[in-house]
Design a protein around this ligand. Structure first.
Ligand code: NAD
Length: 482
């Protein structure tokens, strides 16, 4: 049999300029920061830059700048004018798309194909979508003449750094709020590039402020009395800590947290398409996806055949340099996350599940984990219950549709689910039974700014995207809010 090897197809990084160190972006300008820490390219451990750790002085300055901009400018500006800024930001993001994509791949470790074709276009799409809403807030559905909350404190994770920023900043600004955003400590660079876009778009000073740092900086932002709304995406553990911290206050909150989605395959599903969906569901973005299809539920009579087909497909996944346009699976974002994936996978071995990975040569430097499946998994296994947040799939089986639903819902989470079946009636029936915020049928991991995203149970509070996500940034007298 003839096989074709892929020649390397490296994206050039020359389009990107990275400063040796960064401060914070406050009141429209970059200001000096302190207590720097390194941002690392996880694919080769190269230090890309030194990032500042925001302390209480920095958070105070950023929140004050956001308050002044809110009172003096942004909340007073007609929606139509705010919309123009959002359109301008969206267009600049498109113009600088390659720069954003290369920088995201360097800082995060995700394949350039994904940052170029998914993260950056979707981030721009979020700004376009919300630009259209800015002068139509009466139709969001929160009552007449809705008002913004004020200053939004926004905290995001490292798995989709620019996209999560767009999910947060675009609706906040469209609704008339101003923002203090803190990116995750391992992936601040595209947020800092976005700060340059705000300057380029001549966004009024203080409307967007970006402070970098770790959980301690995030906690200072959450607890700041000048913040009116918290928007958080991250782990359930930190989400619970935030909920506790703001419980005695009037702060509003949306929390987008973890997941352990069931991807359910019925015996009438077309196997080849389903296998593509399974691979996309768990290996997209190295499995660092809150809504990843990390629990595969196979109907027993097709389990063996599907697993065999999946293994054949997995052997073709190309793991390696994220800047190579052929790469399917990039680097794990940090040594800490790699450690978590390794230790949870080890519990899978200890608890008796069978681990399988295709043969693949992992680069010597950097943080890497091969695409992996565990078969023989039961509901009792930790790898069936806990979020691994890596390229690791737990495979379970079921006999009847009712058993599939029972197993799928047997989780503290409820963010997403997938259904694979030829029958529309079965898909609709299953979708009604599943306790998950997003349900995909015969596809997986599809995102769209107009579609609300969010979870049940420990996957969080509220929705992001669409009219529902925008509503979380607004209030009105009819809502009983004051
Ligand atoms: P994390 O909770 O450790 O960190 C997320 C952010 O919170 C980071 O910016 C971090 O610095 C900050 N933070 C940490 N401790 C804090 C504290 N005490 N107070 C305030 N801020 C604090 O999560 P992570 O490891 O960066 O991200 C992975 C998690 O995010 C996964 O559980 C994943 O499922 C979840 N996630 C959810 C969604 C969603 O939309 N539901 C999307 C992406 C990721």
């Amino acid at each position: 049999m003839t096989t074709f090897d892929y020649a390397p197809a490296l994206e050039s990084r020359s389009i990107v300029t990275i400063d040796s160190s960064y401060g914070h972006f406050i009141n429209g300008v970059f200001v000096e920061g302190k207590n720097h820490f390194a941002s690392i390219n996880p694919s080769n451990e190269e230090v890309l830059s030194q990032i500042s750790l925001a302390g209480s002085d920095d958070i105070n300055r950023a929140v004050s700048a956001a308050r002044v901009a809110y009172e003096a400018t942004w909340s007073k500006m007609p929606g139509k004018e705010r919309g123009k800024y959002l359109y301008r930001i969206a267009r600049i993001m498109q113009e600088r798309a390659r720069e954003f994509a290369v920088l995201e791949t360097l800082d995060n470790g995700k394949p350039i194909r994904e940052s170029r074709d998914v993260d950056v276009p979707l981030a721009a799409a979020h700004f376009f979508y919300h630009a259209g809403w800015a002068d139509k807030l009466d139709y969001v559905g929160v009552g007449h003449s809705p008002r913004p909350h004020g200053v939004a404190g926004q905290i995001i994770p490292w798995n989709f750094p620019l996209l999560m920023l767009a999910w947060k900043v675009a609706p906040a600004l469209a609704a008339g709020n101003t923002v203090v955003l803190k990116p995750a400590e391992s992936t601040s660079l595209t947020a800092l590039l976005f700060a340059q876009v705000c300057q380029q778009a001549e966004l009024p000073a203080g409307v967007v402020n970006i402070v970098t740092g770790d959980g301690s900086s995030g906690a200072l932002l959450v607890n700041h009395p000048g913040v009116d709304k918290i928007a958080f995406t991250g782990s359930t553990e930190v989400g619970k800590a935030i909920a506790r911290a703001i419980a005695p206050t009037k702060k509003k909150a949306t929390l987008e947290l973890g997941g352990k989605a069931a991807n359910i395959v019925f015996d009438d599903a077309p196997i080849d398409e389903t296998v593509e969906g399974i691979v996309n569901g768990i290996f997209f973005n190295q499995g660092h996806v809150c809504c990843a299809g990390s629990r595969l539920l196979l109907q027993e009579n097709i389990a063996e055949q599907t697993i065999e087909a999946l293994k054949v497909r997995m052997a073709k996944i190309r793991v390696g340099n994220p800047l190579d346009k052929n790469t399917d699976l990039g680097a794990i974002n940090s040594s800490e996350q790699l450690g978590k994936i390794q230790s949870l996978s080890a519990t899978g071995d200890q608890e008796g599940a069978q681990r399988w990975s295709p043969e693949c040569v992992l680069p010597e430097k950097g943080y890497w984990f091969p695409p992996t499946i565990f078969t023989g998994v039961t509901q009792a296994h930790r790898i069936a219950r806990e979020e691994i947040f890596g390229p690791v799939l737990s495979v379970l089986t079921f006999r009847t549709p009712a058993e599939a639903i029972e197993k799928a819902n047997n989780t503290p989470y409820g963010l997403s689910a997938g259904i694979w079946s030829e029958k529309g009636s079965r898909i609709l029936w299953a979708a009604q039974q599943l306790r998950a915020g997003v349900i995909w049928a015969n596809t997986f991991n599809k995102f769209e700014p107009a579609s609300p995203f969010g979870g049940y149970k420990e996957s969080g509070w509220g929705r992001e995207g669409g009219r529902h996500g925008l509503a979380a940034y607004l209030t009105s007298d009819e809502n009983g809010d004051n």
